[in-house]
Write a protein that binds this ligand. Structure first.
Ligand SMILES: Nc1ncnc2c1ncn2[C@@H]1O[C@H](COP(=O)(O)OP(=O)(O)OP(=O)(O)O)[C@@H](O)[C@H]1O
Ligand SMILES: [Mg+2]
Length: 276
């Protein structure tokens, strides 16, 4: 089957989609659970903070399972037709153009809806017949009723940290999915990941991961979300490219985390204290 690798958010600066596909170091049994969900035709919901590996896991599993992947970043302007498709005018004729969800159903691939809580209720409702045992996608505009092949899988993700009461999934939607929570990897795993993604030697990555562990434990600092594995990869990439440590941490960690001058000061102190 043709590989349609959606690279949006997939490989880090140094990572390549080589023979093994997008690199993913498991935190636990998530690959097994993903594969079981797919084999049993069950949709999957991934939860976790920003930059913890959700998108990478999906890209990796699509590659491993040999499935085309269609990714959609959800937002509150997303219309149902953006997922299913629409009639387009082409040279005086109207032609139907499948949306990414429809394409994934027709191809029997994976449709990955990122930040699904951002989607409007009318969008999530079109997922319902696909995510219960009917596994069908009704296309009102063409009159088709597509039956999803066994290999089709719907994966959605969101970040519970940003969630507010107005933007949560309805129970009738969320209870259609198996769910898996990812967190930041354990320090030893994170060192391996950041070293692999940035090309920086593990012993030079270790202090960055130690710093991240301290930042994540920090309760007093006013951060919406703490430092992600993604930011560690960025900082390590700058260091590997030869930028002085302080400048790399400023651009790779302090500035991305906050706009608040006081919070930045606090972060810099912590950076200095833990990295010297
Ligand atoms: N387990 C992992 N194996 C390999 N790389 C990882 C892993 N976890 C995180 N990464 C690295 O962190 C980066 C960010 O991961 P990813 O884009 O998957 O985050 P995400 O959870 O989808 O975040 P967001 O919610 O912001 O979309 C990846 O590009 C990769 O470099
Ligand atoms: Mg993502």
């Amino acid at each position: 089957m043709a590989q349609v690798l959606d690279l949006q958010g997939a490989p880090g600066p140094q990572a390549s989609v080589g023979i093994g596909g997008p690199y993913y170091l498991p935190q636990g049994r998530e690959r097994e659970l993903f594969e079981l969900a797919w084999r049993n035709r069950l949709p999957l919901l991934l939860k976790g903070p920003t930059g913890c590996g959700k998108t990478r896991l999906v890209a990796h599993m699509a590659y491993r399972l040999g499935l085309p992947l269609h990714t959609v970043a959800c937002h509150d302007d997303l219309a149902a037709a953006d997922l299913t498709g629409r009639w387009l005018l082409k040279g005086g004729e109207t032609v139907w153009a499948d949306g990414p969800l429809t394409r994934a159903v027709r191809e029997g691939g994976i449709c990955y809806l990122d930040e699904v809580v951002e989607a409007r209720k009318d969008v999530t409702v079109i997922l319902h017949p696909l995510t219960d045992d009917r596994r069908v996608l009704p296309l009102e505009r063409t009159g088709e009723l597509l039956k999803a092949p066994d290999s089709f899988m719907l994966v959605v993700s969101y970040n519970p940290g940003y969630q507010n009461i107005l933007k949560s999934l309805k129970p009738s939607t969320r209870q259609r999915f198996l769910a898996l929570e990812l967190d930041f990897p354990r320090p030893d795993q994170e060192i391996t990941i950041v070293a692999a993604e940035s090309g920086l030697a593990a012993e030079r990555v270790r202090p960055l991961v130690n710093l991240a562990t301290r930042l994540r434990q920090l309760k007093g600092v006013d951060l919406e979300e703490s430092v992600s594995t993604r930011l560690l990869v960025y900082a390590a990439t700058l260091i590997r490219a030869g930028l002085p440590l302080e400048a790399a941490l400023e651009a790779g960690i302090v500035e991305p985390l906050t706009d608040d001058a006081d919070v930045k000061r606090g972060l810099r102190e912590l950076v200095r204290a833990s990295l010297g």
